[in-house]
Ligand binder design. Structure first.
Ligand code: CDP
Length: 230
């Protein structure tokens, strides 16, 4: 399926960037304020990873699977009101997608072309009507190359690590906590940036937004202003 941008009735906004840059939370709030849907593409990669882990297929075998075998794992994304619901085998999934087990394997899964092909059509179908804010690594570069507004979020590594720790409930992270979390994030960034298929990269026509010193409200407002400016 191509990115059928001619048939859209509303805009598509893409937010790409490395782990912890604030993409998902910003995208969700921008979508809420604009009355658009939010596509968290990372959740789909995480759902496929969860499905593989639950099906007991050893990681060494993932690379042997073709697109058809990946599809058989039955990951779906379905509109429910203003939400896009992600399911695995018909079961709605949420918190379990962010487990350590999934997080440590998802970048490997996302480097496999069969996994990317399997999820590409799901993502484009979710955006077929427009009025969508999509966040991930390749939303503006590969999945929705004709998006109306593309944003690329960055933030200093230490700040991204601090945010991740706070999201996980660590109120005052120590220097050691920040250092070890930075190493974990940097490893995943490297994996995502250096892979052959759909690497993390700023699309040429994307607006660069450095969120290191921005408040959440500033981030949301900056993206909404870009959308209102088109
Ligand atoms: O929230 P966080 O930035 O930690 O990650 P995520 O958005 O949930 O994405 C998890 C992983 O999925 C990333 O590290 C990538 O390996 C992969 N991913 C991808 O390859 N392409 C996307 N469009 C979105 C996620």
């Amino acid at each position: 399926m191509i990115d059928a941008h001619e048939d859209r009735v509303g805009p598509i906004v893409t937010l790409d960037g490395p782990a912890g840059s604030g993409k998902s939370t910003t995208a969700r709030e921008v979508a809420r304020r604009l009355g658009f849907r939010h596509l968290d593409s990372g959740a789909l990669y995480r759902a496929l990873t969860l499905a593989l882990l639950e099906s007991g297929i050893a990681q060494e075998e993932w690379a042997e699977m073709d697109e058809h075998a990946m599809r058989a794992l039955d990951v779906t994304v379905t509109p429910r009101g203003t939400e896009l619901e992600v399911t695995v085998g018909g079961r709605r999934v949420g918190r379990e997608l962010r487990s350590e087990e999934v997080t440590s394997r998802v970048a490997y899964l996302a480097s496999l072309p069969a996994a990317r092909a399997c999820l590409l059509n799901l993502q484009r179908a979710a955006g077929a009507q427009g009025r969508l804010v999509a966040d991930g690594r390749d939303m503006g570069s590969v999945v929705f190359p004709h998006a109306d507004v593309k944003v690329y979020l960055v933030a200093d590594l230490g700040e991204r690590a601090r945010r991740r720790l706070k999201d996980g409930g660590v109120e005052e992270p120590s220097g050691d906590d920040v250092e070890s979390q930075s190493a974990v994030i940097a490893r995943r960034d490297r994996h995502d940036s250096e892979r052959e298929h759909s690497p993390l990269r700023k699309p040429e026509d994307a607006h660069l937004l450095d969120t290191t010193r921005l408040t959440f409200e500033d981030q949301v407002t900056a993206v909404i202003e870009l959308v209102e400016g088109v």
